[in-house]
Ligand binder design. Structure first.
Ligand SMILES: [Zn+2]
Length: 292
């Protein structure tokens, strides 16, 4: 296995320093109650860029994609995009970033345009319902057409239609994601968290054939599914569709610190994936998608 030092983590979050330092006060001052609910009720871990790079070094991750967040305020998106751009500029070999915006806001596309000017390579992690925008809203479609023009992939949060409750959970029917992907065949979608179970429906050959532009990431996998998910997903979709992502610094194994969680997730993946698939899922697919 020639994986050492070539792994790519497609889904990590580093928040602005002030947000991490004091989530309660920062969220209240900046109008971000949904983020506050999520990070204060679940197994949240915290890390700055140095801690991320250290964790990457410890487990042989060569490159990580900083994902934005589905913020409720445009100002927060601007600030987070600028932070991520700064971190990437300092470590261009190790990090890339996907920019965030508020879907449905009149400034949504402008924010992404400015992020593109400072080095963003895609949009994510977006979750339009948090800003009251449905996946079939004309404003959202307009934004996606713009991304298509830039040849930007977009990473979206998804949740399983049948699953356990957690604070801040918002359910969006999987059919809405399917319809959206069908309306934008030229755009590459990365559906986070195993696409909320959508890979299973690729066993329908008609659906499978019509979604060549949809990828799935593995972020937060152990919080959602037993380790069998790795091989079950591979029974449903081609290995080329799956991207390794951790959701660092979320404590995806709640008893362990974020860096240990990263190690355990890689071990879990390697244990449950055939050798023929692991290199693609943990490295090559992301390189191709990001043109690294
Ligand atoms: Zn997510």
């Amino acid at each position: 296995m020639h994986l050492a030092n070539s792994l790519i983590d497609f889904h990590v979050h580093i928040f602005p320093a002030e947000a991490s330092a004091n989530p309660d006060a920062w969220a209240a001052a900046n109008g971000e109650p949904h983020w506050h609910k999520l990070v204060t009720s679940g197994p949240q871990g915290w890390a700055d860029v140095d801690a991320l790079l250290l964790a990457m070094d410890m487990v042989g991750i060569e490159h990580a994609v900083l994902q934005g967040w589905y913020w409720q305020q445009i100002a927060t998106c601007e600030e987070h995009n600028r932070c991520m751009a700064r971190w990437v500029a300092k470590h261009p070999q190790r990090l890339s970033f996907f920019a965030t915006t508020v879907p449905g806001d009149p400034q949504a596309v402008d924010v992404l345009y400015r992020a593109r000017e400072i080095g963003a390579m895609g949009a994510g992690e977006l979750f339009p319902p948090v800003s009251g925008c449905s996946l079939d809203a004309p404003a959202w479609d307009e934004l996606l057409f713009q991304l298509e023009e830039w040849d930007w992939p977009v990473l979206l949060h998804t949740a399983e239609p049948a699953g356990h409750f957690y604070p801040g959970r918002i359910e969006v029917p999987l059919q809405s994601y399917v319809d959206m992907a069908l309306r934008h065949p030229g755009l590459r979608f990365v559906l986070a968290h195993w696409g909320g179970g959508l890979p299973f429906y690729h066993l329908n050959p008609k659906l499978c054939a019509s979604l060549p532009n949809v990828y799935y990431d593995t972020a937060a996998s152990p919080l959602l599914f037993k380790p069998a998910i790795w091989s079950v997903a591979l029974d449903c979709v081609d290995a080329d569709r799956i991207l390794f992502g951790s959701d660092f610094p979320l404590k995806i194994y709640p008893r362990f610190e974020p860096a240990i969680c990263l190690r355990r997730l890689i071990d879990e993946a390697l244990e449950h994936l055939p050798a023929s698939a692991s290199q693609r899922i943990l490295s090559l697919n992301a390189k191709k998608l990001l043109s690294l």
